[in-house]
Design a protein around this ligand. Sequence first.
Ligand SMILES: Nc1ncnc2c1ncn2[C@@H]1O[C@H](COP(=O)(O)OP(=O)(O)OP(=O)(O)O)[C@@H](O)[C@H]1O
Ligand SMILES: [Mg+2]
Length: 378
Amino acid sequence: MKKNLLMWDQTLFKDIEVFDIDFIPGQFDYRDTQIERLAFAVKPALMGGKVLNTICRGIPGTGKTTSVRKFFEEVEETTKKIIPIHINCQIDSSEYAIFSRIYTRLTKNSAPPGGTAFKALIDMVAKYIAKEEIIPLICLDDANYLIYNKEFNNILYAILRIHEVYENVSLGVILVISDPDILMEEVMDARVASVFRYETINFEPYSAAEVADILTQRTIQGLYPNVISSEQMDQIVDRTMRCGDVRIGLDLIKRSVMEAEINARLGVTDEDIQKAFSASRDMHLSGTINTLAADEMLILRQIVKMTDPDKFITTGDVRRALPEDGPKLTRFNEIMEKFDNIHLISMGYANKGEGRKRYVNLRYDKDRVEKLLRKKQE
Ligand SMILES: Nc1ncnc2c1ncn2[C@@H]1O[C@H](COP(=O)(O)OP(=O)(O)OP(=O)(O)O)[C@@H](O)[C@H]1O
Ligand SMILES: [Mg+2]
């Protein structure tokens, strides 16, 4: 029976999209409390009051983006007054890009007219909000990238100022931050801290039982029965728990099943899972590399090239090895700090006192990074 099934449509997937990164699952458990808190923060606006700003915090793959998206769907079904705007700060990371996105989403125009200056753009956004009497609810998702790029305070300030400067204009902000090392008190400068009131909503890592349930639900939806055994599912849950990111589990399932399919098998073998794991574990790293700007790539390539288990390298060594028309010192330092923040490298001081040297350590295996860099170039 199963064999015929495979012969018929050549697939073990009932619905492969179920395992895609941006798939919004129909069944979404264990985050009711967080979604209720988002609703609670927005409710006052429906009664003529103001939205309470929130910050959603939790390590990668704990359902922050999905919760916000689910909540936004609900907002859209309930009211026309509040306009949810989801912004991925890995993609839109400058003031102008973010305000263009807000403008486009609000006015449903394609983009602000070419050559619009930033101030004029803010003005257009504010006037539109006032005229339409709407309340934008702006989610800056992955806002940690704004912090690494040092854009965070400027952007937040520009958003918050709108309702200080323009009468009758009100808006709400949801920040999503996945880096547990970030302390809000440290990153917010005084002008932002004095006006930005917020509540924190925590997304705790899922337990093993929760991960198992989430992955099993998805498997039922996306695969034909018995493609993965329950022992294999335990293995996948176990590996997922080691990094805490549900995405790794979903990716592992997808890749293992694809591996089985390529080999015309009706079920996944342990080797398929093993093979899939080597690819899945690079998912984060390759995601990070894909977001890097050209000057950042240049420096990363240099660090990888110089990485040698028998040698120490310093920030000075890296900078001296760069081409003359490479990034200037301030930009170079900024990039190194960002790499440290996004855990691509670690930096440590070599000695005490003046002129301290800083050592640079690549946090990943040199060959793995090289492979991904080559792929990006292709
Ligand atoms: N409770 C859940 N039920 C079903 N699927 C879930 C659940 N939580 C997370 N997922 C799935 O895990 C993946 C990651 O979730 P999501 O993108 O919401 O995480 P995140 O916290 O925003 O991560 P990041 O910080 O890396 O952006 C998605 O594919 C999502 O569908
Ligand atoms: Mg997310």
